[in-house]
Design a binder for this molecule. Structure first.
Ligand code: DX5
Ligand code: ZN
Length: 221
């Protein structure tokens, strides 16, 4: 395998100890995390419920790294402003979340945050062709969204490759992220396919030494 550029690492707070959320967020920042990934779930778009803007507001004083907010909620528009006000830097919305995603992405831009688009495993890469000119981030789900600790779906690697080609064609600076089942074995596969940011829940918060875990994800050793 040719030498790969180390990806940015965004630990997902979903696998942290929620009773010590502030400490857990600060701990991964100290351990070398690039972004903090925050999974917002509504029990409707996905079969699980997590937290809302109040949680971000409570966490914000504890960390400086960007809040990368993955919105698994439907409808989404009503909550964009509260999340930005609470400290979100990136707002990632699902292409499957409604018929007016373009408007949602414009709204995120107008609020001063970076808009991102997310694809579930069953969604083809072509589904996002019309939003390539507006997004700063594309997130390919490598598990079905809703829970941490699931197994990486290798079927998504071809989609990552195709989206990397689509990004190159735009000439725009778009980050390509992967989320779900990422560990030191699957990260190199995703990065070789074209991903440059990896989300990791279990592979960081499930480990004793967060710094070691992040280093391992970046170095593929
Ligand atoms: C799942 C979430 C992921 C999750 C990843 O719906 O979007 O961010 O926290 O957890 P791991 O890395 O354990 O698969
Ligand atoms: Zn996520």
């Amino acid at each position: 395998m040719p030498k790969l550029t180390p990806p940015l690492v965004a630990p997902s707070l979903l696998s942290a100890d929620f009773s010590r959320a502030g400490e857990e967020a600060a701990a991964v920042e100290k351990a070398g995390a690039d972004w903090l990934h925050l999974d917002v779930m509504d029990g409707h778009f996905v079969p699980n419920i997590t937290f809302g803007p109040l949680m971000l507001q409570a966490l914000r004083p504890h960390v400086k790294i960007p809040f990368d907010v993955h919105l698994m909620i439907q409808p989404v528009d009503l909550f964009l402003e509260p999340f930005v006000k609470a400290g979100a830097n990136h707002l990632l919305v699902h292409i499957e979340s409604g018929p007016h995603v373009y408007r949602t992405l414009q709204h995120i831009q107008a609020l001063g945050a970076k808009p991102g688009i997310v694809l579930c495993p069953a969604t083809p890469p072509e589904a996002i062709s019309e939003v390539m000119g507006i997004v700063d981030i594309i997130l390919v789900m490598t598990v079905n969204p809703g829970f941490g600790g699931q197994q990486f779906l290798p079927s998504q690697l071809e989609k990552i490759r195709k989206i990397r080609e689509m990004i190159e064609k735009t000439g725009r600076d778009i980050r390509l992220m992967v989320d779900g089942g990422i560990n030191h074995e699957t990260a190199p596969l995703a990065v070789a396919a074209g991903a440059d940011v990896i989300v990791a829940g279990t592979a960081v918060y499930g480990q004793k030494d967060y710094a070691e875990a992040i280093k391992r994800l970046k170095s593929f050793s």
